[in-house]
Design a protein around this ligand. Structure first.
Ligand SMILES: *Cc1c(COP(=O)(O)O)cnc(C)c1O
Length: 371
């Protein structure tokens, strides 16, 4: 049996549709390839599905974070609190507007940023808090929202990996003043290319994001630039493909959730052998990646490789320890939670098209290693 970590057949059932849509958009008399009626339809569907006041489609998840940071007028001299253990766009999008990413440590179990660390890093220069949901766990949004409200700070919620997740009845992406999803291939609602969205209930921020995604234009008067913006537009072929994929999304997400439930049930008893499974349950959980924390990570990884099971190590170096962000890592500061999860996380396959036998094989293999 071979179970690659990144399966090449994620869109196997949709190949013919993709070809058909390529032809359809390519030969459409309108000849509009970005920000057309299909993009508008996708935005509308996602508005209805999430309940967001507005959804603005853009070039990628990174593009969405860039637009969110820019829409809040964050710039030089400003600080944004971001997770130390995360995907690098949480820090680069802040640095790229000339502001300072301030790294908050991760909780060593849930791997998301620790609200206590966030609170202690707030200064008079702080302009926003940017929590991110990581792997299968949403950040502690109630506490972060409470801290942000107390300090009168906006929240940019990086929900790149958490589309479809719900915490205390509120969908991921709607906890922040601005939220973002990514459609990068392997994300929950991944696609055959690049894409992302910004979600917000605040009409003024939505208007700014819309302008900023297309060079500061308002979508009505061409070549009138209200502000300096970006090229972060959405592709019509991808919009058509995502519209086609959207009705199946809840089922695929549910399948991922079932696999995660099963894994957690199997792995929780291994705690005294140095295996930490994510917390069980469905509240505040997403199913982008299923990561365990393992003391003997390299040994388990080699064992699973031998058994044909692909694994993946995410973020082996915490962001503040990366050469790119050295100037934002204050001397003498440590991020022990982030360093620990960088050393221990190991992700195992969790794809909606895995069969029950595949899932059992993975779980059995992990358990056998510890027997
Ligand atoms: C993937 C990801 C992004 C960036 O999304 P892209 O669409 O790849 O640009 C941002 N934040 C997190 C947490 C991610 O996992």
């Amino acid at each position: 049996m071979t179970l690659p970590f990144f399966p090449p057949d994620l869109f196997e059932g949709d190949r013919d549709v993709l070809l058909k849509l390529l032809h359809e958009v390519g030969t459409d008399p309108e000849q509009k390839f970005i920000l057309g009626r299909r993009t508008a339809a996708l935005e509308k569907e996602l508005r209805e599905m999430t309940g967001a006041g507005d959804v603005i489609a853009c070039g990628s998840g990174t593009g969405a974070l860039t637009l969110a940071v820019h829409a809040l007028d964050i710039g030089p001299g400003d600080e944004v609190i971001v997770p130390a253990f995360c995907c690098q766009p949480v820090a680069s999008t802040v640095a790229n507007v000339g502001a300072t990413p301030v790294f908050a440590d991760a909780d060593p179990w849930t791997m998301v940023l620790d609200p206590d660390a966030v609170e202690s890093l707030i200064t008079e220069r702080t302009r926003a808090i940017m929590p991110a949901h990581v792997f299968s766990i949403m950040a502690d949004m109630p506490r972060i929202a409470e801290i942000a409200a107390r300090h009168d700070l906006p929240v940019i919620e990086d929900a790149a990996v958490a589309q479809g997740a719900v915490l205390d009845g509120r969908p991921a992406g709607l906890w922040g003043d601005l939220g973002v999803f990514s459609f990068f291939q392997v994300k929950a609602f991944g696609t055959a290319g690049e894409g992302g969205v910004v979600l917000t209930d605040r009409p003024e921020l939505a208007r700014r994001v819309r302008e900023l995604r297309n060079h500061g234009q308002d979508g009505i008067t061409r070549f009138l630039h209200h502000r300096i913006g970006h090229n972060s537009r959405f592709d019509e072929i991808i919009a058509a493909f995502q519209l086609h994929r959207l009705p199946g999304f809840p089922d695929r997400l549910e399948r991922r959730a079932q696999i995660a439930d099963y894994y957690t049930e199997r792995f929780t008893p291994l705690r005294d052998r140095g295996v930490v499974a994510p917390p069980p349950g469905r509240n505040g959980r997403c199913y982008y990646v299923y990561s365990l924390l393992i003391e003997r990570r390299e040994d388990l990884r080699a064992y699973l490789t031998e058994r044909g099971i692909g694994t993946h190590i995410y973020y082996p170096v915490p962001l503040p320890l990366q050469p790119a962000f050295a100037e934002f890592a204050p001397e003498g500061v440590r991020w022990p939670g982030a360093e620990q999860v960088s050393r221990r996380n190991l992700a195992i396959p969790i794809w909606p098209h895995m069969s029950d036998a595949d899932v059992e094989y993975v779980a059995d293999s992990v358990c056998e290693f510890f027997d």
